[in-house]
Design a protein around this ligand. Structure first.
Ligand code: PEP
Ligand code: MG
Length: 457
């Protein structure tokens, strides 16, 4: 489609007039025609350079998201599907706008700023074709050169989060020290079928192969840097959207419900297929692939997961494995969890904040209460890091706040082993980490000089 075919411009509105606003969730500025997507079937209407405006994106919209110049959603917070995926694709996005699908009209040209979180009437001379709009938005852009300007080497590792294997090369090109979190659910959900349905249609071996081949893309892009891949953590409401989803239980609070390790431990045969995918990769020589379990509450959850790894023959001596720390209970049980033999923990602040502050992470109504810097959260993270450091267990942060410079500084001061951030934040986090580490060294040096008698030679 060319811009002239269906674009509508409201001549009555001054350029720069704000139309809607929300949470800037993927940086960049894009100008293009609105395409309202009410149903996934309509995602085919998205052409290069269109701006998707929808209630909330779904896993099978990813190809359309890739083609788009920008994304605007009514619902969702900074850790919603739209936010995570658009960041990895490098497509500017705004989430939690409330009423974008009602306020904006199909074909209307808009400019969105994924940093500020605003949608405005474009300048008259803003890119007038879809192609130019794409170039303006620079969705994928050039991969940042990690050595440009002399990227500092830091003692604290700076890793990157990956959800979409197609973004693996872009992520690897940041020069990150590895993948701190590869979410398996985006891989599984992109098959458009629930895992059960996939297995019913194609068989167990095909399922194992499908997952391992997707993880392999990331393992290849990063080799020999480590890739921590996490077993499935998909809430039932997301699974319900897929083929086979009619069999999913209906839950009032999916985020508090049947997801992560609690589902895996109830359906061991399913998670064992996921674990077989890891084993397959290890057997192929991918010694950089590590297993991570989401959402345990206590040592028993971790022990049972470990036993499943043993059942499928994963060699824990050879391959590191670990657990996400994401619930208040797991924070309190950190010493016992460590005793189960984990090599690392990942602080899942998206869930820690949700559960400690009782703020639904997907509810835009309370998004302003989602505070990663709440003193309770900071204290909890510091406690986990201290306990892990006492036992030589590696710590990392994989939640959205791991991309925030102030959080990076705080966690370096508390002794975290690594941070895992969004692709677009790696460079800045690395710089902040380097500065924080130097400051710690300088402070220590000054302190030791305090004991020395002042003397001018
Ligand atoms: C988290 O909870 O911080 C996390 C990284 O996991 P997810 O966002 O996938 O729940
Ligand atoms: Mg989580």
């Amino acid at each position: 489609m060319t811009a002239n075919e269906t674009e509508a411009v409201d001549e009555t509105q001054e350029p720069g007039t704000e139309l809607v606003s929300g949470y800037g969730s993927s940086p960049g500025v894009a100008t293009g025609p609105v395409r309202i997507v009410e149903d996934i079937d309509e995602a085919d209407r998205i052409d290069e350079g269109d701006v998707i405006v929808t209630e909330m994106t779904a896993p099978d919209m990813v190809p359309a998201m890739k083609r788009s110049a920008g994304i605007v959603t009514d619902e969702g917070g900074m850790t919603s599907h739209a936010a995570i995926v658009s960041r990895e694709l490098g497509v500017p996005a705004i989430v939690g706008c409330g009423e974008a699908t009602a306020v904006l009209a199909d074909g209307q040209r808009i400019t969105l700023d994924g940093q500020k979180g605003t949608v405005v009437v474009p300048d008259a001379d803003a890119a007038s074709t879809a192609e130019e709009a794409v170039a303006d938005a620079d969705p994928a852009g050039e991969s940042p050169d990690p050595t440009a300007g002399g990227a500092p080497t830091t003692a604290t590792e700076v890793k990157v989060n990956v959800s979409i294997p197609d973004a693996a090369q872009r992520a690897a090109d940041t020069g990150a020290d590895g993948v701190g979190l590869l979410r398996l659910e985006h891989i599984l959900l992109s098959t458009s079928k629930t895992p059960e349905k996939y297995v019913a249609d194609h068989g167990e071996d095909a399922f194992v192969e499908e997952i391992s081949e997707e993880i392999r893309k990331v393992a290849d892009a990063f080799y020999p840097r480590p890739v921590r891949a996490r077993t499935l953590d998909a809430p039932t409401d997301e699974l319900a959207e897929l083929e086979g989803g009619e069999d999913e239980p209906h839950e009032h609070n999916p985020m508090l419900g049947y997801r992560g390790i609690r589902r895996s431990l109830k359906e061991p045969e399913m998670v064992k297929l996921e674990l077989r995918a890891f084993k397959r990769l290890h057997d192929m020589g991918y010694d950089n692939v590590e297993v991570m379990f989401p959402l345990p509450n206590d040592a028993e959850d971790v022990r049972r997961a470990r036993e499943l790894m043993d059942e499928v023959g994963i060699d824990r001596e050879e391959h590191d494995w670990g657990a996400m720390i994401e619930t208040p209970a797991s924070i309190r049980a950190i010493d016992e969890i460590i005793e189960e033999g984990i090599d690392f923990v990942a602080l899942g602040t998206n869930d820690i904040v949700q559960f400690m502050l009782a703020v639904d992470r997907n509810n835009a109504m309370v998004a302003d209460r989602f505070d990663d810097f709440h003193p309770t959260i900071l204290e909890a993270m510091a406690e986990v890091i201290e306990a892990c450091n006492e036992h030589d267990v590696d710590t990392t942060i994989t939640g959205q706040s791991g991309s925030h410079p102030d959080m990076a500084k705080f966690l370096v001061e508390k002794g975290i082993s690594s941070l895992s951030s969004n692709i677009d934040a790696v460079d800045e986090v690395r710089r902040v980490v380097a500065r924080a580490e130097r400051k710690l060294l300088l402070d220590a040096a000054r302190e030791s000089l305090d004991d020395v008698e002042p003397r001018i030679d």
